[in-house]
Design a protein around this ligand. Structure first.
Ligand SMILES: Cc1cc2nc3c(=O)[nH]c(=O)nc-3n(C[C@H](O)[C@H](O)[C@H](O)COP(=O)(O)OP(=O)(O)OC[C@H]3O[C@@H](n4cnc5c(N)ncnc54)[C@H](O)[C@@H]3O)c2cc1C
Length: 507
């Protein structure tokens, strides 16, 4: 798909596939340097075929050529016998990357390469032998959305993969922090570094987030499977927004966490063998490929605004957004001054308070974004108006995704039948919720949703919960069940970390 000049803006792709009625073929062409296909996975060394996204051009006698928009075509790249590039196909290697060098990414140029008409992937648009275009979808925009919609699977995979990386990093950092001792009270054993409040503040909310993301991505995978099974329009819309949002939110969180884990392990975190460097380099691009995070979050915001409009038009909201119906009411009514001052642990650990806080924030951001956009669009047009509100819209999308994650976590706690497991999950879920509220306490204070005494109580409780989770941290990382041969980092192993580490450097 990607070209030298265009990645995110797929509608800007310039490669052409022109139908030749005489020979019943498409002619694939790279019209200029900017249209060179770039970053194509496996193209540089191994690929035999490519799925090429190109503008479908139909020659028409009356009005010149008709551009039917971006479609996908199967194009052979190399000979099946000799593996040499086929005539008209130029291939280069994109070169060494920051990470993921196990996959070769290539650049491709096509010089009037002919392929049979059959090689058009024609689910959303087809060309007959006579050169007549047909599509089951009514508009070019719908066709384009459906074509790109097929990329959802990659995002689901990246979100789930990123949670795997986060679990691995958290496991290495927490196990090491339970082993490592530095300083301590006079005449007493040295302190385990995970007992330092600062170390807990870095790693324990991360552990809670790993669990939170686990349940949210599990839900996403289930919805994705349902989408594949039912092809139901409502589920498709839901999975699109959810996969875009979770992919962005989780990969951004994991990318930051990898650096935090590296620092949390001090000098030994910097040893290549302990893997933070390679995990960071390999994972970093998760934020960009299969859709740049900032671009994807805008799709979530756009979907929220669509749902918001629907709500006022009396339409039904898709499953993941249903909460907006109720929370919009809460937001529009005044916040209750008694509730804004309540600061007891029971109240703060009540999932209803936590969910209300998350939903209130999203509803407020949504309502104000819609008003701002309406006003600014009249003055500046929709593109400029969107850009004026962009940071607001990104915050809205993140707030919504955090809300979905919390909902799924609360459901998971509720489902858990094992008594100890349930209490540990509840602890983690409360920490996830309150840590996020604390991170955004300025917003809650500005809206008087939380009074000063309540804000202080939330902060105190976050520190207390970090301490409580620390006491069961070994069990909680062991529960990820990452085998040592997968984890590999000597400082992250279950036992004999120092001796394994020494052996690796030759002792
Ligand atoms: C290792 C690797 C493997 C890849 N594999 C493939 C592959 O197999 N096939 C394939 O087709 N592609 C592949 N890609 C390409 C990848 O999908 C694109 O790089 C990605 O979609 C981002 O597009 P871009 O590079 O054009 O970034 P750009 O869109 O140019 O983004 C650059 C910056 O601009 C910002 N930006 C862009 N648009 C907006 C906007 N509207 N609002 C706000 N900010 C914006 C982005 O947030 C980003 O920070 C691969 C890339 C890499 C690095």
């Amino acid at each position: 798909m990607t070209e030298l000049h265009h990645g995110s803006n797929v509608q800007g792709l310039q490669t052409t596939a022109t139908f030749d009625r005489d020979t019943d073929e498409f002619v694939i062409n790279t019209p200029n340097e900017g249209a060179t296909k770039w970053w194509i996975g496996n193209a540089a060394v191994h690929g035999k075929f490519a799925t090429v996204f190109a503008r479908l051009i139909l020659p028409s006698s009356s009005s010149g050529n008709a551009d039917m928009g971006v479609h996908a075509f199967i194009v052979p790249l190399r000979s099946m016998q000799t593996h040499a590039p086929l005539p008209g196909v130029e291939i280069r290697d994109c070169g060494y990357k920051v990470g993921l060098n196990g996959v070769d990414n290539g650049a491709l140029r096509f010089h009037n390469v002919r392929i049979p008409r059959d090689n058009l992937l024609n689910k959303f648009g087809d060309v007959s032998r006579e050169g007549v275009y047909s599509s089951p979808l009514p508009t070019p925009n719908k066709r384009f959305a459906a074509t790109l919609g097929e990329l959802v699977g990659g995002r689901v995979g990246l979100a789930a993969g990123s949670v795997g990386v986060l679990k691995a990093a958290a496991t290495i950092a927490i196990r090491y922090s339970l082993l490592r001792q530095q300083f301590g009270p006079p005449n007493k054993p040295e302190t385990v570094i995970l007992d330092y409040q600062s170390q807990q503040g870095r790693l324990i909310p991360m552990l809670a987030s790993s669990y939170a993301f686990h349940f949210a991505t599990e839900y996403l995978v289930d919805r994705y499977v349902e989408m594949k099974r039912t092809r139901d329009d409502e589920v498709i819309a839901d999975v699109h927004a959810l996969s875009a949002g979770l992919k962005s939110y989780v990969t951004a969180y994991t990318a930051k966490s990898l650096s935090i884990c590296r620092e949390a392990c001090g000098g030994h975190g910097y040893a290549a063998v302990n893997r933070f460097g390679s995990l960071r380099n390999d994972h970093d691009i998760f934020q960009t490929f299969e859709g740049d995070n900032t671009v994807l979050l805008q799709q979530v915001a756009a979907d929220l605004l669509k749902q918001f409009k629907k709500k006022f038009e009396g339409g039904a909201l898709t499953v993941t957004w249903k909460y907006l119906r109720d929370s919009m009411g809460t937001y529009l009514s005044q916040t209750n001054p008694v509730v804004t001052h309540r600061d007891g642990e029971g109240h703060l650990r009540d999932p209803n308070f936590q969910l209300d806080a998350f939903r209130y924030r999203t509803a407020r951001l949504l309502q104000t974004a819609a008003l701002r956009l309406r006003k600014l669009t009249k003055q500046h047009g929709s593109f400029e108006a969107w850009n004026y509100c962009l940071n607001h819209l990104l915050t809205l999308a993140e707030s919504h995704i955090e809300t979905v994650i919390l909902e799924k976590f609360i459901e998971a706690v509720h489902r858990c039948e094992d008594k100890t497991g349930k209490s540990h999950l509840k602890l983690l879920c409360d920490l996830y919720a309150l840590d996020r509220i604390w991170n955004d306490i300025g917003t809650y204070r500005n809206q008087d949703y939380v009074a000063p005494n309540k804000a202080k109580a939330i902060h105190r409780l976050v520190e207390q919960l970090c301490h409580e989770v620390r006491l069961v941290a070994t069990e909680l990382v062991d529960a990820f069940k990452i085998p040592d041969y997968i984890l590999r980092a000597p400082i992250g192993l279950k036992s004999k970390q120092y001796s394994e580490y020494s052996q690796i450097i030759g002792f």
